[in-house]
Write a protein that binds this ligand. Structure first.
Ligand SMILES: Cc1cc2nc3c(=O)[nH]c(=O)nc-3n(C[C@H](O)[C@H](O)[C@H](O)COP(=O)(O)OP(=O)(O)OC[C@H]3O[C@@H](n4cnc5c(N)ncnc54)[C@H](O)[C@@H]3O)c2cc1C
Length: 594
């Protein structure tokens, strides 16, 4: 992907150099516009241009729409805004356009999409909304209640998503910005992650992917290649290594521009005549926000390193209300890769292997290893009230030579026959345990001295014996592994499709002799999904529940309507692309509406 500024260096490392005028303006606006002053935020803040006390703003640049973030949400917003006839500019903090979206698998969740319709699959609105509420608001869900028990504002967003996702995708296609195709593997339309729930009336076919020019399945890199090509074709400027740092507000509280910091530390002010749309990703790589808000301890995430939650202080200074801050799109990560660099290449979608288990510090299985990454990861947050600890904080993926060979190259397993620093290998389970003990000792300063229980080995042997019995019978009596359609889909999603003669393809006895392997897994994210709340027009909402005029958000930088839920593959990109489109539409076609 090309970049308009590909010089080395990180804007994050540059000192913030707020000019004196901005400081004064911020203090004034904080008081008069009711903006709360967060500790440490005095280096910059919203700038007030008031009729009574005018502050001259020397714009460095002026456009209709400023889009912050060159990921999925930002790409969609920029293209739609241009198609609506506006002058658009994209600010991107990283050296390249693409965001976390470019690292993704590229699945886009689109209920009632055209491929489902062509295949004769029904996905009606009420049923789809009921399913979404069931998982997004499990504590309030009531099929007989208004909005199925969800807050009205959330229900409106879910409904808008259902109504608009296919419009947004069709538009991208008609603009020549994105070609898609259904996500079918081996003739099976991808099931939702919760296709097994009674409320799911359209269990397969909602996930689609970008289509490569040669007609094959594309991933996130292909998605962002296509969006970037469309951005370039329209000559939309993308200012890379430009970090959005603050908003400029007028005396009515309307957002009229943005302050950005270039990699050399220079601050520039860009006028946004019609609106500012944030698509700046989550806060996975902001340690303080992680600690303050996430519901469990994480060791890193797959988001690009520039996803540091910048929108949160920027929007709260302008009075935004935050939501969904404790949730993320969770994923298990190889611990040692995350300790090396918290921005890891990928998550563990499904534990690869059939002759394989995951166990905790007691040598016991604690979930269905084949189920969805988002759900498995949260079991690592389980708290033991008596010992006052997280027994599953680290998980141990244990497997034998069969799995090492047959599932090679399915993360986190290395290619066949090769070693990897994060993989421990030993001839016996005894030796494997010893190596794990040693390894844990070397990293104890970063894992709160996490150790194996004294009975780990005996317990692991008992676990393997019990598991092998399940493999013989085909039924996992503890966690029903392989019992959900998504277990089967993920099992065969890797590079190889190994089969065997036991009754359940996801279960194969673990060998009675070595070599054995182990990988230490820790909790992490694809990225977070909390931030300023938006309404169904993608307008950011203030603490009084009113839209902040001129300010929009989409994707992982805002409070996701999904709450804790990960409905299906593509459930992050689908809404990001859709609400990017909605934001541009509202900013440009309802410009006089607050
Ligand atoms: C390995 C992997 C596989 C995945 N697979 C899927 C999948 O198949 N389907 C799915 O739905 N999701 C998937 N995801 C998740 C998905 O990639 C993200 O949820 C999605 O990219 C979010 O899009 P976004 O536009 O909100 O943010 P991003 O794509 O992360 O883009 C945000 C951009 O904003 C920029 N930015 C941040 N702060 C600033 C600032 N202050 N100023 C300027 N720019 C800024 C960042 O540099 C970044 O480029 C996957 C993620 C990973 C890591």
């Amino acid at each position: 992907m090309s970049s308009n500024d590909d010089r080395p260096g990180s804007p994050r490392q540059q000192p913030l150099q707020a000019d004196k005028q901005d400081r004064r303006s911020f203090l004034r606006s904080s008081v008069s516009a009711g903006v709360s002053v967060a500790a440490g935020s005095l280096v910059s803040g919203p700038v007030l241009a008031s009729a009574d006390n005018p502050v001259p703003i020397n714009w460095d640049r002026s456009v209709d729409i400023v889009v912050v973030g060159g990921g999925a949400a930002g790409g969609s917003a920029a293209i739609k805004a241009h198609e609506l006839g506006s002058e658009v500019l994209v600010l991107e903090k990283a050296p390249i356009f693409g965001g976390t979206a470019a690292k993704s698998v590229g699945g886009i969740w689109a209920p009632n999409n055209k491929y489902m319709q062509a295949a004769g699959l029904t996905d009606n609105r009420d049923d789809a909304l009921k399913f979404m509420v069931r998982l997004s608001h499990p504590q309030d869900f009531n099929p007989d209640a208004e909005f199925y028990g969800a807050p009205e504002a959330v229900y409106l967003q879910l409904g808008t998503f259902y109504d608009t996702v296919n419009v947004a995708l069709d538009e991208l296609e008609s603009f020549g910005a994105l070609q898609t195709m259904p996500l079918n593997i081996g003739g099976m339309m991808m099931p939702d992650y919760f296709s097994h729930l009674a409320e799911n009336k359209a269990p397969n076919g909602r996930a689609i992917v970008p289509q490569k020019p040669n007609g094959s399945l594309g991933n996130g890199a292909e998605l962002m290649r296509q969006l970037k090509a469309a951005v370039d074709k329209r000559r939309i400027p993308v200012l890379t290594r430009h970090r959005a740092d603050d908003l400029v507000l007028d005396d009515s509280g309307r957002v009229i521009g943005i302050v950005a910091i270039k990699r050399d530390g220079t601050r520039i002010k860009i006028e946004a005549r019609k609106g500012v749309i944030f698509g700046s990703g989550g806060f996975t790589h902001n340690k303080q926000l992680q600690l303050d808000f996430l519901k469990g301890p994480i060791f890193g995430g797959c988001a690009v390193p520039t996803c540091e939650g910048d929108f949160i202080p920027i929007a709260t200074r302008a009075g935004a209300q935050l939501g969904n801050m404790s949730n993320a799109w969770w994923a298990q990560l190889p611990l040692e890769l995350a300790l090396e660099n918290p921005s890891v290449p990928t998550g563990i979608w499904c534990s690869p292997g059939d002759s394989m288990v995951q166990v905790n510090r007691f040598g016991k299985r604690f979930f269905d290893e084949k189920f969805v990454y988002n759900e498995r990861t949260q079991v690592q947050f389980q708290w033991d009230p008596v010992s006052g600890s997280y027994p599953n904080l680290l998980s141990f993926l244990i497997y034998d030579q069969r799995t090492a060979d047959e599932f090679a190259n399915y993360a986190p397993l290395p290619p066949k026959g090769s070693d990897a620093a994060h993989v421990i290998k030993a001839d016996t389970l005894e030796a494997l345990e010893q190596q794990l003990v040693e390894k844990l000792r070397t990293i104890e300063s970063r894992t709160a001295k996490f150790t194996l229980d004294d009975d780990f080995l005996a317990s692991l042997k008992a676990t393997v014996k019990r598991f092998n019995g399940f493999a013989e019978s085909g039924v996992d009596e503890d966690f029903n592994r392989g019992g959900q359609p998504i277990d089967q889909f993920f099992h065969f999603f890797g590079p190889n499709q190994p089969t065997h003669n036991y009754p359940n393809m996801t279960l194969h006895p673990i060998a009675t002799s070595g070599p054995y392997y182990a990988v230490i897994l820790a909790a992490g994210t694809l990225d977070t999904k909390g931030g300023p709340k938006i309404n169904e027009h993608a307008q950011v909402i203030d603490t009084r529940g009113q839209p902040i005029p001129g300010l929009y958000g989409a994707g992982n930088c805002i409070a996701s309507m999904s709450g804790p839920a990960y409905w299906a593959g593509g459930a992050t990109l689908g809404p990001a692309l859709t609400f990017g489109n909605i934001a541009a539409t509202h900013a440009l076609t309802a410009a006089t509406v607050s």
